[in-house]
Ligand binder design. Sequence first.
Ligand code: ADP
Ligand code: MG
Length: 212
Amino acid sequence: MSTHPFSELPLPEALLKNLEQIGYREMTPIQQKSLPLAMAGKDLIAKAKTGSGKTAAFAISMLLGIEQRFFGCQGLVLCPTRELATQVANEIRKLARYQQNIKVVTLCGGQPIGPQIGSLAHGAHIVVGTPGRIQDHLRKQTLTIDQVKTVVLDEADRMLDMGFIDPIEHILGHTPSDRQTLLYSATYPKQIRALSQKFQSEPEEVTVESVH
Ligand code: ADP
Ligand code: MG
């Protein structure tokens, strides 16, 4: 099988060094297929199994687009559960180590909202959370997402199974219409197609059947 080191992509030296330090040398198949498209600003529908490295597949591209001096939310990741949101936020923080000051805030339900409001008050470049709680923050106007460049719907099929369609639509409605929308899902039921048609523009489809 051919190998694909991250260094075949036009990535900053400091990022490549960080990837090496955290032990990522070769891209996983989903990263190899989707990172170049994400970096080119395309919308994506990506299908890959758990454990295939989806987080880095979107996070590396998202991090490249962050304007550090602006402490407004520029990247937004919606996840089905607090556990997944926490994992994704930690993975993004790890990947972001090559930059000085990227702030990643996690906003999930089942957690007190006061400290979340407190950390948002200091600004956040990237927000990762569950749809219900993010919607709560939009209603309270404690979170502004009108400068978001990239929205990720992670495990979209699970989010729909959990009944998050309304908050997802509400949230997307508050983001700029020219945003990039990356949709990750293990399965493609009708509702996912409908969501894609409503909120994505000319999405590229990427499928990785197995992880080697
Ligand atoms: P998924 O979201 O597809 O379930 P994750 O993004 O959580 O997968 O990644 C699964 C595991 O693989 C994590 O432990 C992550 O650190 C690791 N990983 C991701 N990309 C690479 C890579 N290119 N090389 C080595 N390990 C990787
Ligand atoms: Mg994942």
